[in-house]
Design a protein. Structure first.
Length: 65
């Protein structure tokens, strides 16, 4: 049973990393550690900020539509 739980956590971690779902969690940890007095943006604000940054910099990848 313990190994099944470990395997499921590993699969969950892999999927979150593959889809970049964990980017917000990493960003929140960074803000809280390096900028403790700064406000932490909501997930929606973070996604908007990230999308705007990706679309404004052509080196971030190709976006056709």
């Amino acid at each position: 049973m313990r190994s099944l739980g470990r395997a499921l956590r590993a699969v969950r971690w892999y999927v979150r990393e593959l889809t970049d779902e964990s980017a917000y969690d990493r960003y929140v940890a960074h803000v809280r550690k390096d900028h403790p007095r700064a406000p932490v943006p909501t997930r929606r604000a973070f996604e908007r900020m990230r999308t705007e940054r990706q679309e404004s910099d052509p080196r971030q990848g190709f976006r056709c539509c």
